[in-house]
Ligand binder design. Structure first.
Ligand SMILES: Cc1cc2nc3c(=O)[nH]c(=O)nc-3n(C[C@H](O)[C@H](O)[C@H](O)COP(=O)(O)OP(=O)(O)OC[C@H]3O[C@@H](n4cnc5c(N)ncnc54)[C@H](O)[C@@H]3O)c2cc1C
Length: 507
């Protein structure tokens, strides 16, 4: 067989998945990555012996990653030692706090639910049972491409339709199990992983809290950025070549056909197929020549919904804290907090935040006796006219004050030895994320499945999309799926069998 060439723009989780599969299937794969190392938002910051994951800290549905490695002839555990977290996380409301355990520790979870939310506690078993049914039907919809109207009429979708809770929000769907507000928030805040409010997030995303409770949350030793490192290593072993520090400036077009890429240094690289992993809306507005797109033109994108953004602090501190691996602290008025952010207003004095203290389980992230802390506050994306450079110091102050008052970290400030801060500007300017919307194009129904940018990009030939901006959407397991789906379509085009979707874990 003639060896077909594939150029991949970006070595984030989506591009790395495609690189692993296509290299293993015999394609001549070259990955151009603007940064000096792989990972993108799933990369890391290393500063003076402290190591911080930049973005993802929750690895869910690990069986998808395990299977990807298996399909290319590798055992994930040889590359990525990992731990299933118990508890998964601590949730702190104004008056109560709850350590959330997955189903392997059902008794602990049930005991806390009974104590803290007596009227909601019986809902836990119903939630696990009924949501398993929904997950079984919906998962298969997320592992298939939707590139034609006919594909939306397929049996998988039709069978899943009754389980989609169309017209209902996640908040409404889970309210059927958990009527009291705090319990409901405890099982719906996960819509924030998509950068959406639970009351605007489609009900079928009830699968996200379900997969946490059913399949657990994992930490990989050295942080989740190690996943990207391992994926790049495997892709390299399989023959893919990586050109780091090499930004792509433009896609080359011959009519409607993408023929390759032009690098920032002016070099033109031709390829049979181009896979774009850079954030879709960024690529559509910056890498595709102006005027080439209609459905996804800059004007059309200007009318689409995008996710929230985040304000981040990465703090290296010279002590350890008795704080769980993941702690989520809800604002006093959580509903107003999220509504404000979605309306583009900074929720002054009423912000939720998340602290990740992975050093409690992983000594490799900081010098002995020290900790690498990661703090995230949901924030409006850059459609809001907020002056982030002017706000940065104030938001940092707020975070530190909240860590003191709500988490008892009274001496945090005097122990900080290294520090970095990201705002929505950073995501946009340094990570090439359109309007700093960290979780990509919104996940409302009108922008899902057939209505999301297609894996085999509908507006240009020879261009495939991977990553959070295409189908099935944002989040590591779904991004791996986007890579598997697009690589599968490329394989099929050349008469090669792709890899099947991961079988569900029994764990
Ligand atoms: C703060 C934060 C927290 C998150 N937490 C979680 C979590 O806990 N769990 C979870 O599952 N998901 C999480 N996510 C969501 C998602 O999993 C990650 O954002 C993921 O890294 C997105 O992968 P991607 O492949 O779509 O894009 P990216 O990771 O952005 O990769 C795109 C790559 O393209 C490169 N690139 C861009 N432009 C060019 C160019 N012109 N030329 C060459 N290369 C280019 C970039 O440098 C990057 O390496 C989080 C995201 C963020 C931002």
């Amino acid at each position: 067989m003639e060896r077909r060439s594939v150029v991949i723009v970006g070595a984030g989780p989506g591009g790395l998945t495609a690189a692993m599969i296509l290299a293993q299937k015999g394609f001549d794969v070259t990955v151009f990555e603007k940064n000096a190392k792989p990972g993108g938002r799933n990369g890391c910051l290393e500063i003076d012996g402290y190591k911080f994951d930049i973005g993802p800290t929750f690895l869910m549905m690990k069986f998808v990653l395990d299977d990807l490695f298996k399909q290319v002839g590798r055992n994930v555990d040889d590359y990525l030692p990992s731990t299933r977290l118990a508890p998964m996380y601590r949730l702190m409301f104004d008056d109560i706090s709850l350590d959330v355990y997955d189903h392997l520790h059902h008794d602990k979870m049930k005991e806390q639910m009974t104590r803290l939310f007596p009227t909601d506690a019986p809902g836990l078993d119903r939630f696990m049972k009924r949501e398993q049914g929904r997950f079984d039907k919906i998962l298969s919809c997320l592992t298939t491409p939707y590139d034609t109207v006919a594909s939306m009429m397929g049996w998988k979708i039709l069978k899943a339709m009754p389980f989609m809770s169309l017209g209902k929000s996640l908040f409404q769907v889970l309210g059927e199990y958990f009527p009291s507000q705090s319990a409901r928030v405890a099982f719906t805040f996960q819509s924030k992983y998509l950068g959406m409010a639970p009351w605007r997030c489609p009900g079928f995303y009830a699968m996200i809290p379900f997969v946490e409770h059913r399949y657990g949350i994992f930490h990989t030793r050295g942080g989740l950025s190690e996943i990207s490192e391992a994926m790049a290593k495997v892709a390299g072993e399989l023959g893919a070549s990586f050109r780091y520090g090499t930004p792509v400036e433009r896609l080359l077009l011959d009519g409607r056909k993408v023929t390759g890429v032009r690098l920032a240094d002016g070099t033109e690289v031709k390829a049979d197929v181009v896979v774009v992993n850079a954030d879709f809306a960024y690529a559509a507005t910056k890498l595709v020549p102006p005027g080439a797109l209609r459905r996804w033109s800059a004007k059309a994108l200007g009318k689409k919904r995008f996710s929230l953004s985040t304000f981040m602090l990465y703090l290296g501190v010279k002590k350890t804290y008795d704080l769980p691996h993941h702690t989520i602290v809800f604002a006093k008025d959580y509903i107003k907090n999220i509504n404000d952010i979605e309306a583009g207003i900074w929720p002054e004095g009423n912000a939720s935040f998340y602290v990740r203290n992975a050093s409690i389980n992983d000594p490799t992230l900081a010098p002995s006796g020290c900790s690498a802390l990661y703090v995230l506050m949901p924030a409006p994306n850059k459609r809001a006219a907020l002056d982030w450079p002017a706000m940065q110091a104030r938001l940092r102050r707020y975070c530190l004050d909240q860590m003191k008052s709500r988490l008892g970290m009274s001496d945090i400030e005097e122990n900080i030895v290294v520090e970095r801060c990201f705002t929505p500007d950073t995501w946009q300017d340094d990570f090439n994320v359109y309007i700093g919307a960290t979780f990509n194009l919104g996940h409302n129904l009108g922008q899902m499945l057939y209505w999301r940018p297609h894996n085999d990009f509908e507006e240009l030939e020879n261009m495939y999309l991977v990553g959070g901006g295409t189908h099935p959407g944002s989040g590591l397991p779904t991004i791996y799926e986007s890579g598997r789906i697009s690589a599968g379509m490329i394989c099929e085009r050349y008469g090669i069998e792709g890899i099947p979707p991961a079988p569900k874990d029994a764990g």
